[in-house]
Design a protein around this ligand. Structure first.
Ligand SMILES: Nc1ncnc2c1ncn2[C@@H]1O[C@H](COP(=O)(O)OP(=O)(O)OP(=O)(O)O)[C@@H](O)[C@H]1O
Ligand SMILES: [Mg+2]
Length: 311
């Protein structure tokens, strides 16, 4: 359904997409996982034909994005990262607007708007203005807008940012259902658990480069024995981080925002536990809990980049 080959893009002198290559099969749900500024939205804008690229090639269902803009617009539905709805219009009218943009008309567009409202679980709110909706509801209508023309490929750019858990679950279930019905999905996020829930194959993108692609199992197998240990401490001192970093088994130490938990990437989890705790005690820091985390995509990301996905 999608082939992205050696795609490059610079803004001024800064190259932000550096030779991105990946493919997505028909009917697949593919996850694009990466931290802020990785180049996810820029890549998506180029796939949709909204942003010209400097070099490389993108083909959607065999059509080159450069040469076949119209065919591609019909095939793709995009859910942009920022809400693209008219606040003073009703949800129903917003959907009609987007449907007409995609060439639907008459009874067909009204019927489709109602179907979409029902699908996103907001049929009873159809007549209400978007400005009276909660953040989660707006997100759901934003997704609905991309579904009006029944696209073959749905590209979603962080569709669950800043919303309540209930709307988030609703969205995840909706996407799962669309994929089950045969729609190809590209799902962008920096939430590992969302991508894991929805997607069989995952591409990890960082600093404009795809640094790993594969199924979750493939990717986790690539971990070279590295393990993350989570250690909760009753108070925090920078000295502890410095000393932990000098231990031979320790590769990287990260501290959460409220400085109550350390994430420590070590080359061998169980062996390191004793040393980690004794280093804390030596610094008069009490350890309230410590556990070795099962290797997951977060661990892989940390190992590949030295950064946390949410950095
Ligand atoms: N129009 C633009 N002009 C200049 N720089 C840009 C422009 N759009 C994006 N960038 C830069 O390109 C880089 C990649 O941005 P992009 O929005 O693609 O990241 P992202 O992976 O979508 O991040 P996020 O998770 O925060 O949405 C960033 O450094 C950003 O500042
Ligand atoms: Mg983005």
């Amino acid at each position: 359904m999608l082939e992205v080959n050696h795609l490059r893009k610079s803004f001024g002198k800064t190259e932000v997409v550096k030779g991105v290559t990946f493919t997505v099969d028909k009917g697949e749900a593919f996850g694009l996982l990466g931290p802020n500024g990785a180049g996810k939205s820029t890549t998506i804008s180029m796939i949709c034909g909204l942003l010209p690229y400097d070099s490389g090639e993108i083909k959607v269902d065999g059509f080159s994005v450069k040469e076949h803009q119209m065919e591609i617009k019909r095939k793709i539905g995009v859910v942009p990262q920022d809400i693209a709805l008219y606040p003073t219009m009703s949800a129903h009218d917003n959907l009609i607007f987007w449907g007409k943009m995609y060439g639907l008309s008459g009874k067909q567009v009204v019927k489709k708007a109602n179907e979409v409202l029902e699908f996103v679980g907001l049929l009873d709110r159809g007549k209400d203005k978007i400005e009276t909706f909660s953040g989660g509801m707006k997100r759901r209508i934003n997704i609905g807008a991309a579904l009006m023309h029944q696209p073959e490929l749905l590209i979603m750019d962080e569709p669950t940012v800043g919303i309540d858990p209930q709307s988030r679950n609703h969205i995840l279930e909706t996407v799962k259902e669309l994929n089950k019905q045969g729609m190809t999905i590209i799902y962008t996020s920096h939430y590992m658990e969302e991508v894991e829930f929805l997607c069989k194959r995952i591409g990890i993108i960082d600093h404009g480069e795809v640094i790993a692609v594969g199924t979750k199992d493939d990717l986790v197998k690539r971990l070279s024995g590295g393990t993350v240990v989570k250690m909760e401490v009753n108070h925090f001192q920078n000295r502890l981080v410095e000393e932990l970093n000098t231990l031979p088994l320790v590769e990287k130490v990260m501290v959460n925002d409220d400085k109550t938990e350390l994430e420590i990437l070590v080359s061998s989890g169980h062996q390191a536990l004793g040393e980690l705790v004794s280093t804390a005690i030596k610094n008069f820091i009490e350890v309230s809990s410590i556990k070795v985390q099962e290797p997951n995509l977060e661990t892989l990301f940390l190992q590949l980049t030295g950064r946390s996905l949410r950095d």
